[in-house]
Structure formats: C-alpha cells, structure tokens
Design a protein around this ligand. Structure first.
Ligand code: UDP
Length: 238
C-alpha cells in the first residue's frame, strides 16, 4: 500500500448482504467492522469516500410485493432497511475515529441528516465519510441506481462496487469453474450480455455520465485499498 491513490473521491457501493456475514439475514457486527476497517485504509490515503449500502439483508421491496404487499409500501420498507445498515456502518466507522455522516434521501432528522447536496460535498471536503441512505427516496428504484446518482452528484471519479467475486465474468464463477473474467468491459456489453454488475438503469446512468464502475472483491484483505491504487484484480466497466 505504498503508491499514491489514483482517485480523489470515490463511492463505495455494497449490498446489504455484504453485512450479514455467514448468517442468512440481518447484520453481523464483526463483518460490518471488517468492512469499516477496509474503508479506513482508503480514507487513510486521503481519498474522500461516499458509501451506499443496500438493504437486501433486511428487506427487499420485490419480496414484499411478491407476498401481497403493495409495491410502494414494500419499497419504502426496503429504503428504511438501508438506513439501519447505514447507521450500523456509521457506528463501526466512528469506533475507528472516522468522522461519518449518514445522509438520508427521506428526511428523519432525529436519526440522520437530510440530503442537501452542497452540504454533503462540504462534508467530503472536510474528510468525512458520507453514507447515503434511503436509496433515491423513490419506490421502483434500487440502491445501485442511488449509488450512481449520488456518485454523479458528488462528482466521484468512480463507483467501487464491492462483491463476493473479483470482478465481472461471463457467468457465475462460483458455479462455473470455466467462467471467463473480463478485466475491462463496456457499459453496452454489460447491458447486451445482461451481466450482473448493477441493474440496467444504474448502468445506463453511469454510461450517460461516463462514470467508471470498478467491480472488485470485498473479501480480499486490502482489496479496496489496492484497487484504489490500481493494484490487484478487478474489472473496469467504462
Ligand atoms: N429501494 C427503493 N428505492 C431506492 C432504493 C431502494 O425503493 O431508491 C428499496 C427497494 O425495495 C429495494 C430495497 O430498497 O429492494 C433494498 O435495496 P436493494 O435491493 O438495492 O439492496 P441490495 O440488493 O443492494 O442489498
């Protein structure tokens, strides 16, 4: 970890499931802590970090609607789940003495800050980690789209999509040992081949704004810090 970071400001997107460890549900505090320490390695290099965390470890709108709930109600519940995850991550980061703000697309003043773009930018300039919660604040969207939206608004140089594999493959490498790895791939190819990087609206929004998506493994120790320096294995979608 000796070379200079290639980025000044990035957005890290992780799914809610990344926080549940080996449990099938919810939050696993040691896992949250582990990811917080990975983030710390990046902030220690002076990189400004935004985060968006999904809510799938707690609640997904589509699940709720499949069970008969109204889709919009279920989606709001999913957005609230992301706030819980954001608070857990804030706690873990602040335990490491990293100043962190949770910023929600749905105002809930007693819990966290409301989203005000210029204020969020100011936090980043002061070196605070900003965790953007409650997705876009709208039903029918995902936290992938929220991540792309906020990364554009905060003028991040890239989205870092942390996953359980080292990047983008033509098929699931956990199921297919012959899966082909792509070190680089275009937005169009991701969409055409329907590769599971981020959902299509997120990819389209990134493409429109030429925001690179860097897919990497959250399971590698120093993984994110390495990728921020251009080292290790990862896929660049651009
Ligand atoms: N959600 C939403 N609007 C948004 C972002 C999220 O309605 O802008 C809801 C949606 O129901 C989704 C849930 O929040 O299923 C959790 O987010 P997501 O599925 O993206 O989480 P992840 O899969 O990344 O854990």
């Amino acid at each position: 970890l000796e070379t200079a970071p290639k980025y000044k400001r990035v957005l890290l997107k992780i799914s809610g499931e990344a926080l549940m460890g080996d449990q099938g549900f919810g939050l696993h505090p040691p896992t949250v802590e582990r990811i917080a320490r990975e983030v710390q390695k990046v902030t220690d290099m002076g990189v400004e970090v935004c985060m968006v965390i999904g809510g799938g470890n707690i609640f997904r709108g589509l699940q709720g609607s499949a069970q008969g709930m109204e889709r919009t109600t279920a989606d709001y519940m999913g957005m609230l789940a992301t706030v819980m995850n954001a608070l857990a991550m804030q706690g873990a980061l602040e335990a490491l003495k990293i100043h962190t703000r949770v910023i929600s697309a749905i105002p809930m003043d007693q819990v966290c800050e409301p989203y005000i773009r210029r204020r969020a930018v100011r936090h980043l300039e002061k070196g605070r980690v900003c965790i953007f919660a409650a997705g876009t604040g709208n039903p029918y969207f995902t936290t992938d789209t929220a991540a792309t939206l906020r990364a554009n608004e905060m003028q991040c140089q890239a989205i870092f999509k942390g996953t359980q594999v080292q990047g983008v493959y033509d098929s699931d490498p956990k199921k297919n040992p012959d899966a082909v790895f792509f070190p680089k791939i275009s937005y169009d190819e991701v969409l055409q081949k329907n590769l599971k990087v981020m959902d299509a609206s997120a990819i389209a929004l990134a493409r429109e704004n030429r925001l690179p998506i860097i897919v990497f493994s959250l399971d590698e120790p120093n993984g994110m810090a390495g990728v921020v320096q251009g080292a290790g294995t990862f896929t660049v979608v651009s």
